[in-house]
Design a protein. Structure first.
Length: 272
């Protein structure tokens, strides 16, 4: 069984106070992209093997957890064709884990129900369960509670991972957020986010979504200068994206930003 494991971007990310479980309250729009890794899962007579990406830990951990939850033997061979940048804030590892989890679950005689699979995925990471559902989603709570959104999908996305960027741990990014009292005004910021989201009718309306609370980049201004109607950092970074109405200026922006780092031209995707 084969399937794409797509990237995502966060269209707005508003972060609030710590929850009792130690995670932060947040609101974000998860948007899947056509840019994707490829995952193949098949039964194995030799236990669990993950091939193609030696640094993987998330896929292996996800399938070990699935086997433990279902009482199945962890007997799968997984092949990862890696195309997405790692540790970039676009969910590459989470998407690989979710896709492998879904495919492996389908091989079981008694697979987990969707709600159970979601629960298992959420235990692996906040982004993981998003890749089990279709279409853009409003993420709330700790980021693992979803509500489907009807958003415009007719735009182009330029994605840039700067060469000089170093990816801090997600924990350190949130620690810095707490240190600067980033959660102040959470109720007002949450209300403003939802109001802006409710008003979205056309792609350019996405520009009204508030910027990422966790990370910023000077490349967002460059992308706007190159014609993007909206630009921001995805997740905890360092990936930066720009949204464009038309392909030609998006291609030109991608070429212009090659000097800054690796870049891709892609588009929204509704499902994996």
């Amino acid at each position: 069984m084969k399937a794409p494991a797509p990237a995502k971007i966060n269209l707005g990310l508003v972060v609030g106070p710590l929850r009792p479980d130690g995670r932060h309250e947040l609101l974000t729009v998860y948007q899947r992209l056509a840019l994707a890794d490829r995952i193949q899962v098949e039964h194995s007579a030799n236990g669990l093997r993950v091939e193609g990406y030696p640094a993987d830990t998330l896929v292996r951990g996800a399938l070990v957890a699935l086997a433990a939850r279902t009482g199945a033997d962890p007997a799968w061979t997984v092949r990862i064709e890696k195309r997405l940048p790692i540790a970039a804030g676009i969910g590459g590892g989470s998407s690989d884990a979710a896709t492998a989890l879904r495919l492996a679950n389908e091989t079981l005689a008694s697979p987990l129900a969707p709600a159970e699979l979601h629960e298992l995925a959420a235990s692996l990471g906040a982004d993981v369960p998003f890749f089990l559902v279709d279409g853009p989603q409003l993420g709330s709570g700790d980021g693992t509670t979803f509500a489907p959104l009807e958003l415009p999908q007719d735009f182009w996305v330029v994605l840039v991972v700067p060469d000089d960027a170093t990816k801090p741990s997600t924990g350190s990014v949130y620690a810095a957020f707490d240190a600067r009292d980033g959660a102040a005004g959470w109720d007002e910021r949450r209300t403003a986010f939802l109001a802006a989201l409710e008003a979205v009718r056309r792609p350019r309306d996405l520009a009204a979504l508030p910027p990422n609370d966790l990370a910023s980049s000077p490349l967002t201004d460059e992308l706007r200068g190159l014609g993007a109607f909206h630009a921001d950092v995805s997740g905890a970074g360092p990936a930066v994206y720009g949204l464009f109405h038309h392909r030609a200026p998006a291609e030109a922006a991608k070429r212009a930003l090659k000097r800054a780092g690796a870049s891709w031209l892609t588009a929204p995707a509704w499902y994996g």
